[in-house]
Design a binder for this molecule. Structure first.
Ligand code: GDP
Length: 360
């Protein structure tokens, strides 16, 4: 995450931003769907919120899903924000362009398939960007003879299998651990990891049966709380900082930017600076848009306007002159700062983008 570029004191802890990456068909989309589905199932109505490009899962919902694994009193981070577009291509663009989007990543690996080309690519990106990650060893339910039971913690699920199934699964899991080790990553089953800064935790799970999903959420929450709390301190009243996820045409609003805000607040009518070539765009926010709840969607109105958005949250920003905005580019609210200072901040981030693009 980039440095705070304004001076005010932090007053709040934001939600860590989680990205999901891995080889095609290894289960990234299914895992996100499962997490969303479990959250809807466990949560009070409206407890999880679908933002633009992301899903916010609050701590209480995580604690409901994780059961005895998570005691909400042990945490003061508000939950987790999952970026909905899985895949390392978007992640790579965002990161390598200096957007520094995710705080933590889930690397999904199919236990039967092990490391594949895009798994290696994803790991290289994670290493280059120093993004902490955990490995979701997915599809444990496909081990022949597996006896499923929805949403169990993974250790319980594994221990209830026959010896033969346990042994087959272990072979696959240790193959993955070996593949990590050949990349100089020391990894182990997550319940054996003492220091998550030195060792990568492997969480055996099934995006299909939900087994191990409680563990995954627990480890993500625990890691964030333990090692990322300082980085999550933000000044909610300050001018927003964010990253463009996608540049899109939106009916009635022209070109809009789907953005993840990771610091401060953005409001309607705020003046913003958006990364672009050759010069950043300076414009005023016309509307901030969120998806309407499913039941309320009419053909002509998918979105509702909100007056402000506080980090961390995804939002669609409508403003004039966004045609040349770039995915991965920084977005800054000017607030009470000098426009020239904010332009300099954005130009500097864009220069970093060029450097890291040349490196590739
Ligand atoms: P992505 O390309 O990484 O997003 O992969 P998908 O989520 O689309 O999954 C690819 C296929 O694997 C789909 O047919 C899923 O239903 C299936 N799949 C994903 N996770 C699991 C799992 O844990 N168990 C089983 N049995 N199938 C899974």
């Amino acid at each position: 995450m980039s440095e705070h570029d304004h001076q005010a004191e932090p007053d709040s802890l934001r939600t860590p931003i989680v990205a999901v990456l891995g080889h095609v068909d290894h289960g990234k989309t299914s895992l996100l769907d499962k997490i969303r589905g479990s959250a809807v199932h466990e949560g009070e109505a409206g407890a999880i919120t679908q933002h633009i490009g992301s899903t916010a899962v609050p701590l209480e919902v995580i604690s409901d899903i994780a059961g005895e694994l998570v005691n909400p009193d042990d945490f003061d981070l508000p939950g987790l924000l999952f970026i909905d577009t899985p895949g390392h291509h978007s992640f790579s663009t965002l990161r390598s362009r200096g957007g520094a989007l995710a705080d933590i990543a889930i690397l999904v690996v199919d236990v039967n398939d092990g490391f594949q080309p895009q798994t290696h690519e994803a790991m290289d990106i994670l290493a280059r960007t120093s993004t902490p990650f955990i490995v979701a060893a997915n599809k444990i339910d496909t081990v022949p003879g597996w006896n499923p039971e929805q949403n169990r913690p993974s250790k319980v699920a594994i221990e209830s299998q026959s010896e033969r199934v346990q042994s087959d699964l272990n072979d696959s899991l240790y193959e993955i651990i070996g593949q990590l080790s050949s990349k100089d990553i020391s990894a182990d089953m997550y319940w054996r990891v003492q220091d998550f800064q030195k060792n990568v935790g492997v969480v055996p799970l099934s995006a299909e049966t939900g087994e191990g999903v409680p563990d995954l959420l627990t480890v993500l929450m625990g890691l964030s709380q333990r090692y990322m709390k300082d980085e999550m301190e933000i000044d909610t009243a300050g001018p927003a900082a964010g990253t463009v996820l996608e540049v899109k045409d939106t009916q009635g609003f022209g070109t809009t930017i789907d953005t993840v805000i990771y610091d401060g607040t953005i409001r309607e009518d705020d003046t913003i600076v958006v990364g672009s070539k050759p010069e950043p765009i300076v414009t005023d926010v016309r509307a901030l848009l969120q998806p309407k709840p499913l039941a309320e969607i009419r053909a002509d109105e998918e979105f509702e306007q909100v007056p402000e958005v506080v980090a961390a949250e995804g939002v669609k920003v409508a403003a004039p002159d966004l045609d040349d905005a770039m995915a991965g580019a920084p977005v800054r609210v000017v607030g009470d700062r000098e426009l020239d200072d904010v332009l300099d901040i954005v130009r500097k981030e864009l220069a970093d983008i060029e450097v890291s693009t040349e490196e590739e």
